[in-house]
Design a protein around this ligand. Structure first.
Ligand code: KG4
Ligand code: ZN
Length: 339
């Protein structure tokens, strides 16, 4: 038996400051400090995000280590998000990770944020089956919409992606049109639960192959709302649930069409979802139904591993650690980073 591996993972790519401690594939602690400051601005303000990371990072890491019930001297390595993300935010996490690894004289592991959303499924959780390679992953977040053929831990191929907005942006921008605060995705989900998904019809964009487009849908929704507000100034308030349910419905249809096409093209019937939008209850239910309907096997992460978190950084860190795939103090953060 090999010695137990304790990984401290740090995620600070956008507006959440997160730290987790893993013992091998098991999560001992998973702490996230969400930044509410962005709500009033209708989106993430990069300068405010990096300042808040600076305030949060020490207490968040401290709590993660304490909750894990270990001391920092027991850590085997430190994993951190190298990118993609907001530069100022990434720098806070990477600088902290580098200094701490140096002080403790332990290895440093740089992690790709999107690999982490894909590989979050390999965290040990009771009663949760792990996908087998190859599988298809659909990463749906505020910054990405991708269909990925995952051949092994570190061999992944993007076979479809958005040509403009990410699906999370489609949710957030639609919510903004409805006057809802940022991030609006969870609110659309909440209101949609009481609405009729077929109340209003929106059209799907025509995009070739496995790629996506969401910017046209946003414009369609904007015109639809403007037109109805002219006729009835209370249109949004009176029909909020139906509007949200209809928006969510069309977004789910767009995603499902492409994932069905990906299954046809690759013959792979194991589908894993990841990223903040995979918290959406409509998407989770629709995907689960495909197990009965089409004989697919689906992998839907626990809520805490869908939106940005450090446990997912930790599981990638663990697998890289096993392969001795280390970084050093010269590793640079990257706002954009190859897959
Ligand atoms: O992965 P994530 O936390 O951060 C990025 O890397 O982007 O994803 C955030 C996105 C936001 O657009 C947010 O509105 C969306 O995930 N989101 C949801 C839900 N929960 C989070 N969208 C729809 N329904 C939800 N329940
Ligand atoms: Zn993310």
């Amino acid at each position: 038996m090999s010695a137990p591996t304790y990984i401290l993972a740090i995620e600070s790519s956008c507006d959440d400051t997160a730290a987790a401690v893993l013992l091998d594939r098991k999560v001992l602690s998973n702490v996230v400090a969400r930044q509410e400051i962005h709500e009033e601005f209708g989106g993430v303000v990069p300068e405010l995000a990096s300042r808040a990371h600076q305030q949060n990072i020490v207490p968040v890491i401290d709590v993660a280590i304490k909750k894990a019930g270990i001391t920092k001297e027991q850590l085997s390595a430190i994993a951190f998000t190298q990118g993609p993300g907001l530069m100022g935010s990434l720098l806070v996490g990477s600088s902290f990770a580098k200094s701490m690894a140096l002080a403790l004289n332990i290895p440093l592991v740089a992690v790709h944020h999107m690999h982490a959303h894909v590989l979050a499924h390999f965290i040990d959780e009771e009663g949760y089956d792990k996908p087998e390679f190859p599988f298809l992953a659909m990463t749906i977040s505020g910054g990405h919409t991708q269909i990925i053929k995952v051949k092994s831990f570190f061999d992944m191929e993007i076979i479809g992606e958005t040509t403009d907005d990410a699906v999370g942006e489609a949710f957030d921008k639609s919510a903004k049109i409805l006057g809802l605060p940022y991030p609006g995705g969870p609110l659309i989900d909440k209101f949609a639960k009481d609405g009729n998904p077929k109340a209003y019809q929106f059209t799907k964009p025509k995009v070739d192959g496995l790629d996506f487009s969401f910017s046209g849908l946003k414009t369609q929704i904007l015109y639809f709302i403007q037109k109805n507000l002219k006729e009835n100034p209370n249109f949004i308030e009176e029909n909020k649930a139906d509007i949200c349910a209809s928006i969510q419905h069309i977004i789910i249809q767009i995603l499902m069409d492409k994932i069905k096409m990906a299954v046809e093209q690759t013959g792979i019937k194991q589908i894993a979802i990841g990223g903040g939008v995979s918290a959406n209850s409509g998407i989770r239910t629709t995907l689960k139904e495909t197990e009965q309907k089409y004989g697919w096997k689906t992998f839907i992460p626990k809520f805490e591993y869908t939106t940005d978190n450090a446990a997912m950084i930790g599981i990638v860190g663990y697998h890289k650690f096993l392969e001795k795939h280390f970084s050093d103090a010269s590793t640079v953060s990257k706002a954009r980073i190859e897959f």
